[in-house]
Design a binder for this molecule. Sequence first.
Ligand code: ASP
Length: 440
Amino acid sequence: MESGKRSLSFKIMVALVAGILVGLIYTFIPEDLKLFDQSVKSFLNDNLLQGIFLLAKTWFINSLKLIVVPLVLVSLICGTCSLSDPNKLGSMTLRAGGLYLFTTGIAVILGICFAILLEPGSGVSLSSHAKPNAEAVSVFDMFLNLITQNPFYSISELRPNMLQIIIFAILFGLAISLSGEKGKPVATLFESMNEVIMKLVTLIMKVAPYGIFCIMAIVVSEAEWQKLMSLIKYFLLVIVVLIFHALVVYPALLKIIANINPIAFLKKFKPVMLFAFSSSSSSATLPVTLEVSEKRIGVGNSTASFVLPLGSTINMDGTAILQGIATVFVAQQYGIDLTFGQYLTVILTATMASIGAAGVPSAGIVLLVGVLGSVGLPTESIAMILGIDRILDMVRTVVNVTGDATVATIVSKWEGNFSDKTFNDPDAGLQYEAEKLKHS
Ligand code: ASP
């Protein structure tokens, strides 16, 4: 499985570079040589890029869009079902849930502020025919329409209303779990559906290299150099904010709230970060996060075993940062000034999307389609961002798992089951962890 994942990242890299090269070569081919003659034109459109490449690009982007609504709906319903398990309700849920929301809020706002200040997408004016009609929704209207009159309508619109879908999913999930035994079959059904949808995401990601190849070839051949430059700016900005969140925000919270030495914490947490980086999946990293948090850092077992699995499902600060920056970036590329109400919508939908995102590779970028759609930005713009997302995915997964362990540590301190002895012992749990990793 591991090698499969690696080979996908590798394929995406190769596709990216190959697409750029093909696009460059295409730029230098004389115009009349590019055009197809009349006999093939009716099948393949005007030329290769406007024909086969455009077709592959559109299919790929549409397949991403088609997965968004089922993904958000089903994964949020499943998440709410398990969250409201009566045994798990209580002070820990409130404390952990509150902290998770708090750190995710900081993450999106941080992303948005950095993107507004550093303007990675400015200086690129996308062609007017592609210009979307981003609606300026007032804050009041946004609240007014939070609850849909008809969930099937919200789901089936071409531009689905993500906020309405999210609220409906949470209500539905709660109702399932409150129905007790009678609700169980429905919960099981949604869990199975979740599995199937995750499989669909994996399938779609399998063809991502081809989609990305075509997208890059088209982008480069249209010589949108400013666009490429701004993509590099975007990439660097996301990395900087992710690192800032992991190395400044979390350490500050650990020090201020729990009086924990953040440097010692990060040192002990390093193997988890490496695992998250190479797997791009907080769920796959969970066993290692649990191991290190309990045996090396000293988080109490009862806290770790509840707070960490919850975090790996609902707490994705790195993902929220990405969504905040990416949305502002796309708006800047289209020369759209987002209104206050739209920023608020982005904060809400990005927070919810990061909660709804499963801890698997590329979940965050797929849900970005929904966040962009919530403020009327063109979802096509995701195509370019996708090309460089594999690396960003690795870094944001590191942030996601670091956030989980930070919150677990603070909650453990609050609950009074944190072991200072384990934390202060540099060798605590070392042997155990090394042996486990060797055998896994
Ligand atoms: N890969 C991330 C994770 O598992 C989710 C995402 O794509 O943002 O934490």
